[in-house]
Design a protein around this ligand. Sequence first.
Ligand code: ZN
Length: 291
Amino acid sequence: MVMKLSLPLAISLLALAALASAQQPATNFQWPEGKQVALSLSFDDARASQVERGAALLDRYNVKATFYVMPSGVERKLAGWRKVVASGHEIANHTLNHPCSGNIAWSRNNSLENYTLERMRQELLGANRRIQELLGVTPESFAYPCGQTFVGRGVDARSYVPMVASLFVSARGGSGKMPADPARIDFSQLAAVDSDGKDFKQIFRIVETAKQSGSWVVLAGHDMGEDGEQTTRLAMLEELIRYAQNPANSVWIAPVGRVAQYVHAQRRKKIQSTKPGQPEAFRLQPRGQPR
Ligand SMILES: [Zn+2]
């Protein structure tokens, strides 16, 4: 039967269809065991509170996180960091000296504007070597100090993203609000969400929204404690872990390196099964269909 629609009705139906498609999952990425969202906890700078307070909480729940460390921080609490490795957490690279823009007061004497690509290369390789000496592991993940990805200034400024991409499987960029879309992300500039100072409700909303599109939430924090500046609250973390470990909530919680390896493998599989010449940003299989 052919139904004739009035123009206004047809327009409103079209608008509804557009709205429905905007609400469709962006990628329908297939996470392990049918999970609907991936969640990685990460902490920067090898701060003492991470080994003194945070690691014990993570270990109580057998949750593995990613620690982006400078070797100098590891040296200050070496026994604690060795325990972190033995517990199965991921140790990742955060440079030797944490250079950021000289526009930040504490980075004036160690500014990216005064770096060259070669100096940065030595910095990255040096940190990997030292971490290997101290902890017996070689990082395959990296986080840009201050989320900044350049060296030099003005006409001599260069991106060090390509260098990072050649040395690491993944690299976490600056923190923002947007979770990573696993089908489209550049592994050398992973989107992250700040976890410092947030309560559980705030993070819960972010993870639940990410679930709608099958995204990957990489949380980025610094100190681990009750309160204070640049501190991811332990109470929030405990509530978040309990929520993520409840199978009913369908969250895959794993370190950045593990999720990156998984996404790499899924994308490779998809490329192999995609006709030559098709772009990498393929449409992935809708969730719920057989793999
Ligand atoms: Zn840092």
